[in-house]
Ligand binder design. Structure first.
Ligand SMILES: [Mg+2]
Ligand SMILES: [Zn+2]
Length: 188
């Protein structure tokens, strides 16, 4: 990790940490992906802060309300807590694509604001996600990216190869790759 500042790992939510149910509004539909919590715990042990960055255009499109979203977010927090890990925060864009906001991934608005508030450098982050927009977020931030082959990950890999730094089966393998690199840097 560069410098003394804390680095953050930025996780996509749907298809990366939990099943992508498509415009999920029912907290009962929140299902953690296998080894997602384990992977988050390893990122935590490696010294990363843990943030979720999620596009929830279902709000802007009128498919569900902010309050529905908050219930699914709380459910995810609870399931993670039960699995022994807590996120430092969740950054969410509620806008529809045609609103042309500055915060919908791959735009960097949410992360830049969080970086100012928390005093981290976006370039020190690692983005972990299953879609091209996640990988483009990393490129726009000037940071590294890991594609996971959960959710839409395999489709992303097939359609747009090599738009990321590393590819992993899931969040746990992503964490293991980062751990192996950290070991190499220390000459282990
Ligand atoms: Mg996703
Ligand atoms: Zn937005």
């Amino acid at each position: 990790m560069a410098g003394s500042r804390r680095a953050f790992a930025l996780f996509d939510r749907d298809g990366t940490l939990m099943e992508d149910r498509g415009f999920l509004s029912d907290p009962g539909g929140v299902v953690l992906l296998p080894r997602a919590a384990e992977g988050l715990r390893l990122f935590r042990r490696l010294g990363f802060g843990l943030l979720v960055v999620t596009n929830q255009s279902g709000i802007g499109r009128g498919y569900f309300t902010l309050s529905d979203y908050e219930k699914t977010a709380s459910r995810l927090d609870l399931l993670l807590k039960e699995s022994g890990v807590s996120l430092d925060g969740t950054l969410m864009c509620p806008h529809a694509p045609e609103e042309c906001c500055a915060c919908r991934k791959p735009q960097t608005g949410l992360v830049e604001r969080a970086a100012r508030e928390w005093g981290f450098d976006p370039k020190d982050c690692i983005v972990v996600g299953d879609k091209l927009s996640d990988m483009q977020l990393a490129r726009n931030l000037g940071c590294r990216s890991i594609l996971v082959r959960t959710g839409h990950g395999r489709e992303t890999e097939r359609r747009c190869p090599r738009n990321w730094d590393l590819a992993a089966e899931d969040v746990m393998e992503a964490a293991s790759l980062v751990e192996a690199e950290a070991g190499k840097e220390e000459g282990l």
